[in-house]
Structures are given as C-alpha cells and as structure tokens.
Design a binder for this molecule. Structure first.
Ligand SMILES: [Zn+2]
Length: 458
C-alpha cells in the first residue's frame, strides 16, 4: 500500500528499511535517552529552588544534543538568551523545493520533588520493565531523543529531504520561559512551514496526534473581612446581633465566593466544549488558599482576608480577555447579592496567561502526522495509536502558532507520568515515535531516497 498525504508516496520497502534502521539503533537510542536524563537539567527558575545551583545544566543537555546533530552533518548553533542557558539548534539543510519543518522539544525538567516517593535515583536513566526511568523521561527527553534519532535514521539511510529540517532543544519551558527558548529561536530566524512539538501525547492510547492545546489563566481572588475577637462570632452574623458593625469573617465570605465560582465551573461543563476534549475538562482549579486574622495562624479572631489562587483552563477558540471578562462579571454579580461584599468587593488579580493553540484536524500538518503514524505502524501494537486528541496541558504550539507557524503535538510518554515520582517512558513508544517522526519529515519536506528520482519513494 502506498499512501499519499499531500506529499510524496513512501513505498513499503522504504518504511521497512526505516524500521530496520531503528531496530539497529535501538540500544543507542535507549542509551542516549538515559544519558540525557542523567544530566540534571532542572528548570533553574523553579519555585523553591536556588537558581545559581541549577543554571547551566540545560546547556549541558544542549551541548550533548549538539554532538548528535553534528554527527549527522547538521548546521549546529548553541544560542543562549540568558547566561548559561543554551538552546541547541541543528539544521539539516534540504536540497530545495520542499516545505521546512521544526522538530521542537524542551530539555528543562521539573524538580524531582519528594525523593522518598521515588523507588530509585530520580536521575538514574536506568532501563527496567521495558521502560526508561527518571525525571524528564516522558516530559520530554524521550521526545527530543526520538526527534534527534529520526534525523539520524534519514541520514544513515541516505534519504535526502527537500525542505529544511530544524531540530530544536529548548530551555525554560517548565516555567513558561518561552522568551528565552522557543519564541527566542523564532525571533532569531528559525522559522518553518510547520512544527511538531514532542510533548508526551499518550493519553487515551499510545502516541496521540494533538492539534490543540488548552489555555491557562491564573488569578488570585482576595476576599476582605473585618477582624474582631473570636467570641464575637455569633453576634457578627446571628439574628439580633450587630452584624458587620462588629466583624465579618473573610473565610465565611470566601467560602461563599468559592461556591459561586464552583457554580460557574459546573456551567462550563456545558458551555465550554471542544470536540477533542472530554466534557468538563475546562475548569477552574482552586489550587492554593490562605486566610486569617492578619498573620495569625490561630482561630482567635475573625479572619480579615481569604485569598485563593486559581488556574483557569479554557478551550482553544476563546480569547483570554473574553474568559477574564466572563469570570470578572460572574464574581461581581455574586458579590453584589451579599450585603458585605457589595460594599467591600473582592479583588481579582490576573497574574498569568498561556494561550491555547489550535490548528484544524484536517490541516495538512495534522493529516501528515496522522498518516505517518498510520503507515509506520501497520500490524504492530502501535497500530491502534496515533488517534486525534486534545492536549491536557499548555504547550509550545501555542507560541509557535502566534508566530504564524502551524504546530501540533505528538510524542512518546503518558502525561500522567510527567512531573510525578517514578517518571518513565515505554521503549516501545520511544522507538515508535522515531519511526513516525522520520516518516513525517519525509512526507512534509519531500525527499529523495538513495538512487531514486527526487520527490518519490523507491
Ligand atoms: Zn513538557
């Protein structure tokens, strides 16, 4: 079966030789992932970490990958937009007249967290039970290594791409620092006709193809109260008491606002939908609450403040400002029906934004990756994978799309393992991703197989 997807055909024999080449490189692919994991490239600006202790390790991963890029004849650059934090770029120059493609992945990882929760050293990179283990295995050094080895396989088989293939390993993603990573590289001039970001996409099955990712907004809701002695609580709100003249518990009022926001969140299960997300996915998470009387940590007085930090997950197709306006309006309406909050309205401090990203599921880039997975895994356990889905996280396609470059997500690993203890990735998925990436580059960029006419498979 030859499959044409808005690009040249890839003959089954060529697909087989790509599979054989990956099999031959299996130990090296797995070993390289282990090596990348052993470089402790914790995002240095992670909360609770000491920046100066961590900065530099991302650059070490970049230098490690740059070595791989050089090995396959790529033009290599190490670019730091913040001292000690080099991104690696390797350009496999195409022979001409083909679409260009970016393979993008981040090399920063989140801190290991509670070491007691890990069965092994979080940075062991060891192999067991058919998986590679360690912080960053799934999120997302496996994806970066798979993209690198896809280029290596093409190089070893003498398959020349028509369009440029740009390999990018970027810093800072785990703290949203796209301005020194992905966005900086685009502004530096690394643009292409499409981009595949290798975040882990095995959600409902292996290796989902995700043309959409969620947006997130962060806000802090501050609800005011009025402090008085704890013994005045009854008089502050029971019938016959003096009410707000004496005191008001910010926690009572905060819990009321919590319920109001929860009501809107329930409504979103109906009003905020996207065909590639399960109902109810778009939500408002109250992630952190503080409150009390001044700085007291006792219950000796009525609380004068309650602050709740929310993360709001909203669907592609909606503007961040519209979502902010909707929530601001809802909070104001809820406050207006409470006599205290009407006079002392809660404040909403919007402090964070990451836009959603979306390309149509029938966009040629999406069709290319879907087809590359399908033709690459006929008759294998991965044949059921490669299904369309929505990413349950924010990711770099959003910023790449803002620069006018079509982008989607496809990568090895289950997001449920990301940021968790005992993070790991299946070797089967790692190798399957190498295969899909190689076929994606051939389909998208066009190619010439050894001894064949340009643009067609042998
Ligand atoms: Zn990630």
């Amino acid at each position: 079966m030859n499959v044409t997807v808005d690009g040249p055909e890839i003959a089954p024999a060529l697909i087989d030789s790509i599979g054989a080449a990956i099999e031959g490189l299996q130990d090296e692919i797995v070993g390289s992932l282990g090596e990348a994991i052993r470089i402790r490239s914790i995002n240095p600006s992670s909360l609770g970490e000491v920046y100066d202790d961590l900065v530099g390790a991302e650059g070490d991963v970049s230098r490690y990958l740059a070595g791989h890029y050089r090995q396959i004849g790529a033009e290599v650059e190490l670019l730091a937009f913040e001292a000690g934090r080099e991104n690696a770029v390797g350009v496999m120059r195409g022979t001409g007249n083909g679409r260009s493609l970016i393979f993008n992945g981040h090399i920063a990882v989140v801190p290991p967290g509670n070491l007691e929760a890990w069965s092994n050293d979080p940075f062991s990179g060891h192999v067991a039970e058919g998986r590679v283990w360690g912080r960053g295995a799934a999120d997302m050094k496996a994806g970066v290594i798979a993209q690198t080895f896809a280029a290596r396989v093409l190089h070893e088989l003498g398959i020349e791409l028509n369009g440029d293939l740009i390999l990018e390993a970027v810093v800072g993603e785990e703290r949203g620092e796209h301005k020194i990573g992905t966005t900086a590289l685009i502004e530096h001039g690394f643009r292409a006709d499409g981009a595949v970001v290798a975040e882990p996409t095995s959600v409902t099955g292996p290796l989902g193809v995700m043309p959409v990712s969620s947006g997130i907004l962060g806000f802090r809701l501050s609800v005011p109260g009025k402090t008085t002695h704890a013994g005045m609580r009854g008089a502050s709100f029971r019938a016959g008491g003096d009410g707000a003249d004496i005191g008001v518990s910010a926690i009572d009022k905060g819990v009321y606002m919590f319920g109001a926001i929860r009501q809107l969140e329930d409504e979103w299960g109906i009003t905020k939908r996207h065909p590639l997300y399960p109902p109810g996915f778009f939500s408002m998470l109250p992630g952190y609450i503080t409150g009390g009387a001044g700085t007291s940590t006792t219950a000796a007085g009525l609380a004068d403040h309650m602050d709740t930090v929310y993360s709001v997950w909203f669907p592609p197709g909606e503007e961040a400002q519209d979502v902010r306006d909707e929530i601001d309006g809802h909070i104001a309406r809820a406050a207006a029906v409470d006599s205290w909050l009407r006079e002392h309205p809660p404040t909403v401090d919007w402090h964070w934004e990451w836009p959603p990203g979306e390309i149509d599921s029938d966009h040629p880039l999406c069709a290319t990756v879907l087809a590359a997975h399908a033709i690459g895994h006929v008759g294998t356990p991965m044949a059921d994978g490669g299904q369309l889905g929505g990413a349950p996280y924010v990711a770099y396609p959003a910023w790449i799309l803002k620069a006018g470059i079509p982008a989607l997500l496809y990568g090895p690993g289950e997001p449920v393992h990301a940021h968790a203890a005992d993070e790991s990735v299946g070797i089967d998925e790692l190798l399957a991703a190498v295969r899909t990436y190689a076929l994606t580059a051939m389909s998208w960029c066009g190619y010439r197989a050894p001894g064949a006419a340009r643009g067609a498979g042998s």
